[in-house]
Design a protein around this ligand. Structure first.
Ligand code: NDP
Length: 294
């Protein structure tokens, strides 16, 4: 059985690593804030290491799930690279940017290590249930090798193309998420202010052509309840939307909507802070309008 190192036990990394341990893979975890790795190893069938290099040294598959590709590169340059075993695969589940992933892939290839970018979608609940969508970039043979590990947390696993293709698809998906959250927020704040109940409006929209994951799940569960659980930070959606806008610019594709979504995410992040959840962006529209979704 493949031995696995998991680096980055954040909101989504933790349940993904839990699924890998539950599937029976020998697992060593590392997290920058050590307490999180210690707590994980106490609760799960896993060892914890004090450094990323120590966690990875005997692993066939090294999974990273950090905030950004820049963080992954920092860990690699900070001592992980020489520790990677020849023939191992670095499976990067960070929602990253294609250019940095391609650079990382070249660095590890020089040490005979493969690289697959494999960002995920489906949220913390999808990770807990093992139903994430996983979009992969890399050599098909490298993906085949790590597929059993991905299957521990993923249900739909799609090879999107060469290194960076998974990141690119993920970024565009996230831009669509940002656009539908903002669009649905604007519609529901306007309707609420005009006297139409948001519950009634969503009943209609969710049986009509304007529906989306935002209208069907996020607004009923998080906005109408005013629960706003913190599962995916707005700062990360901001990062994702900006990657999407950059890809469009690099490809010389006019993408004003994507750019506006990225700018609105940045503005909301500045307003609400780095710990706010992505759905809390709706609060900014509410502030501007002086009315709540209700
Ligand atoms: P969190 O903010 O909860 O956790 C981030 C993790 O990265 C922590 O383990 C943190 O360590 C670590 N980290 C950040 N910077 C560095 C660094 N420079 N060096 C070492 N470790 C670092 O993020 P999530 O778990 O929510 O997200 C992780 C990735 O998955 C992101 O790219 C995100 O966009 C993506 N994602 C998240 C989803 C979600 O629902 N949460 C859904 C789909 C994708 P420490 O504990 O020390 O802070």
């Amino acid at each position: 059985m493949l031995s696995v190192a998991f680096l980055g036990l954040g909101s989504i990394g933790r349940p993904m690593a839990r699924r890998i341990a539950a599937a029976g893979f020998p697992l060593t975890v590392w997290n920058r804030t050590t307490d999180r790795a210690e707590a994980f190893a106490r609760e799960q069938k896993a060892r914890h290491a004090k450094t990323a290099a120590e966690a990875a040294k005997d692993a066939d598959v090294v999974v990273t799930c950090l905030s950004t590709s820049a963080d992954v590169e920092q860990v690699i340059d900070g001592g992980l690279l020489p520790a990677l075993k020849k023939g191992a695969i670095l499976l990067d589940c960070t929602s990253g940017d294609p250019a940095t992933s391609r650079r990382i892939a070249r660095k590890v290839a020089a040490n005979s290590v493969g690289f697959v970018d494999a960002p995920v979608s489906g949220g913390v609940r999808g990770a807990e249930e093992g139903t994430l969508t996983v979009m992969c970039g890399g050599e098909p043979k490298d993906l085949d090798r790590v597929r059993p590990v991905i299957e521990a947390f993923g249900k739909k696993i799609v090879h999107c193309g060469p290194v960076g293709a998974g990141d690119a698809v993920k970024a565009m998906n996230q831009a669509l998420l940002a656009i539908t959250i903002w669009g649905t927020g604007e519609a529901l704040v306007a309707l609420s202010k005009s006297g139409v109940s948001a519950h009634v409006a969503l009943e209609v929209i969710n049986a009509s052509s304007g529906r989306s994951n935002a209208s069907m799940n996020l607004f009923p569960e998080r906005v109408l309840t005013r629960a706003f659980p913190r599962t995916f930070r707005l700062a990360l959606l901001d990062k994702d939307a900006r990657i999407a806008a950059q890809i469009a610019r690099d490809e010389r594709v006019p993408a004003p909507l994507t750019q506006i979504a990225a700018d609105l995410c940045t503005l909301a992040r500045q307003e609400l802070g780095d710990e706010a959840d992505h759905v809390e962006a709706v609060k900014v529209i509410e502030q501007w309008a002086g009315a709540e979704v209700r």
